[in-house]
Design a protein around this ligand. Sequence first.
Ligand SMILES: Cc1ncc(COP(=O)(O)O)c(C=O)c1O
Length: 393
Amino acid sequence: MAIQKPATRPDHVRPSIKPANPRFSSGPCAKPPTFDLTNLSDAPLGRSHRATPGKAKLLAAIETTREILGVPADYRIGIVPASDTGAFEMAMWSLLGERPAQMVAWESFGAGWVTDVAKQLKIEHTVHTADYGQIVDMGALNYDNDVCFTWNGTTSGVRLPSGDVIPADRKGLTLCDATSAAFAVDLPWDKLDVTTFSWQKVLGGEAAHGMLILSPRAVERLESYTPPWPLPKIFRLTKGGKLIEGIFRGETINTPSMLCVEDYLQSLTWANSIGGLQGLIARADANAAAITGFVEQHNWIDFLASDPATRSNTSVCLKFSSDQVADGAAFAKAVAKRLADEGVALDIGAYRDAPAGLRIWCGGTVETSDIKAMLPWLAWAFETELEAQKVSA
Ligand SMILES: Cc1ncc(COP(=O)(O)O)c(C=O)c1O
């Protein structure tokens, strides 16, 4: 496609308008636009999290999550230690092994879960992978097995278009790492038995606390199956063969940060104020669409995700496609650094294990006006870096 330059400013001319907020990191992600530390003053600091105010806050965090995400009333929602990683590993260690597992990965976080099953749990399993930018054919999996997958591959910008191919009458469980999808897509709860995410992603909360959502079938498995390996206290969801129900009412396994809980509650309040899940999705879609418009106008940049149907609306991963770029990795790093130095885009370099390029977070806490203000800077940084490359050649 031909390059269409903006009418008023050629790409090599330094833009004058900067984003009001240059934070486009893929985690921890930008705080909601209304965030202010003084909003956290109602946190019950210095009090036990098991006292009435603390318990009420934890329960509110659970129930407001349910309300915004549309989680069915018979699904359990728990706040657990160690962020999304803790929640997902707790689920794998507690549930897997009863039947073979199908491990699905199309980028580095999914690949990490494959490693856990292959090298640590060592259970019977098959591995289904796709290269960065591609996706696994989810319709070709055996759902009589347990299936572990990541909804939105944060490091490749590839996400499932929907859960339609997952059978409702499956015999196995589906374990879904939805950390960069929850609050940005309409998750099909009837297709998900375990769903995990962290507050630090789409809602711009703090890290260290994970959310674990269990379907009734997942609870049934927990109460009917005991894995053959030892489980540390921090992973234990059952006692005497019964689910520890308290965890799903805010009686956490160990001590949470009430400051982080307050911060999450503030994010949820903001999410409700902009129209809940549909408002959040619309904001992420608008951000991603602004980038799509830019990519369509510039023939030197492209999405890592090859199929538009699988393109993420949160972690948008881009690659430099121009053959004028000599060393892709060095070039992408230099562009990201230039943008950071200008204070127009922070933390947008591709993930360390992913192909060279940029990753721009587009989740709902990011303002579309900031994405739009940043993109001319990206064009400028590309042109400037090309010039610099020529000089040093
Ligand atoms: C898909 C995915 N899974 C897991 C993680 C790990 O999350 P956390 O550091 O919150 O445990 C991340 C973090 O970026 C992620 O993107």
